[in-house]
Design a protein around this ligand. Structure first.
Ligand code: NAD
Ligand code: THR
Length: 346
């Protein structure tokens, strides 16, 4: 039976086409996709046809923030049934390499990751996916929120990497979807004050509405001065860099307190951003990267179920997959944080 998919065939060209509807293998579930969030990396592939060494060389289905409804289960799957709504973790690690065996499966070099060439993503009516990476959504959690478990997972993982906890003061640089998810995860972990910086006023307004203690528009204000004023000159316990902007990355060592921690999530276009290593030594800072996520989906879903975190407030618009090109155009407007795509029943 054919199903409707949208393929990126070359930069800025989506084609609506038909592919055979997959049949779930042993250990897989067939999921009818309901919602897919548009991520910055999807937009980058759409605009440029590549991210670094990952090049779209044959038609690629984008979308890796997805949730839907199980319609069929393969043999050996007993924790999910048709009718269950699920969120799909987009990366399936090999399970055998040293990193997987160490439990750090997000670092598996052989991971199959949705919407990363050559692996297809979720702008498709149906996806057959490893049932171990399909997480049942309890009643109060919508498939929109289920799709956003992916960026929320990035925020939870960064919060864990920064060991953010009770009473911490945190600075998040960048109030895009990832910065917003760090803000939410850090608050849920017990951070008492989360400061957020950006250059877009509406994004800072949203961050304040989501619980930021204060915001800094770095287009008008000096970040170091603003942080010093808020922390009585101490600096913050943890900085989470979620913009990828060179200026934000370079400022991290200045705004963090002595003995504090810097967590870098943002990916920069520039490989030559200076980090003040003398400051790193003198202040005895911990500088850590944070890559994707591991063991975060159960946490994300239970936080959503308990109402401890709200994620749908980052969605600015929802459009049908039939209008995917228009949705990708709109997702690039500077005020937009998250565009959501709905997959109608055909
Ligand atoms: N490490 C990972 O696993 C991972 C996962 C997803 C995304 N990312 C990266 O994280 C970053 C954030 O992702 P996103 O989807 O939220 O991106 P985004 O582009 O939507 O958001 C970035 C935000 O930073 C703001 N900004 C620009 N210059 C700034 C500055 N000097 N100071 C503070 N803010 C500034 C922008 O206005 C924007 O709101 C990107 O670099 C992305 O590639 C990393
Ligand atoms: C983690 C995910 O959101 C990111 N876009 C990536 O491909 O790594």
């Amino acid at each position: 039976m054919p199903m409707h998919v949208v393929e990126l065939t070359e930069p800025r060209n989506f084609e609506h086409s038909k592919r055979p509807r997959p049949t779930p293998n042993s250990g897989e579930v067939l999921v009818q996709i309901r919602h897919v969030g548009i991520c910055g990396s999807d937009v980058h592939y759409f605009e440029h046809g590549r991210i670094g060494d990952y090049v779209v060389e044959s038609p690629l289905i984008l979308g890796h923030e997805s949730a839907g409804e199980v319609v069929e289960v393969g043999s050996g799957v007993d924790h999910l049934s048709p009718g269950d709504r699920v969120s799909l973790e987009p990366g399936i690690p090999c399970g055998e390499c040293a990193r997987c065996r160490a439990g750090t499966y997000n670092l598996c070099p052989d991971v199959v990751f949705m919407a990363t060439p050559p692996d297809d993503g979720a702008f498709a009516e149906f996806v057959s996916w490893d049932a171990d990476f399909a997480y049942r959504l309890p009643e109060p959690v919508s498939t929109r929120a289920g799709a956003l478990c992916e960026p929320l997972s990035v925020g939870i993982h960064a919060t864990r990497r920064g060991e953010i906890g009770l009473g911490d003061t945190v600075l998040v640089t960048g109030a895009g979807p990832i910065g917003m998810m760090v803000l939410k995860a850090a608050r849920a972990a017990g951070a008492s004050d989360v400061l957020v910086s950006d250059v877009v006023p509406s994004k800072l307004d949203r961050a304040r509405n989501a619980g930021a203690a204060t915001t800094v528009n770095v287009a008008d204000e000096d970040l170091t001065d603003a942080v010093a004023a808020f922390t009585d000159g101490e600096g913050v316990d943890v900085v989470v860099e979620a913009s990828g902007a060179a200026a934000a990355i370079a400022s991290t060592t200045e705004v963090v307190r002595r003995g504090g921690t810097i967590v870098c999530i943002g990916l920069s276009q520039n490989d030559d951003i200076p980090i003040a290593t003398n400051e790193l030594v003198d202040k005895e800072l911990d500088l850590r990267g944070s890559f994707r996520f591991r063991n975060t989906y159960h946490t994300a879903i239970s936080l959503l179920e308990q109402g401890a975190i709200e994620v749908e407030d980052i969605i600015d618009f929802e459009m049908s997959m039939r209008d995917l090109t228009a949705a990708f155009e709109r997702a690039q407007e500077p005020d937009v944080c998250k565009g959501m795509v709905e997959l109608p029943s055909e």
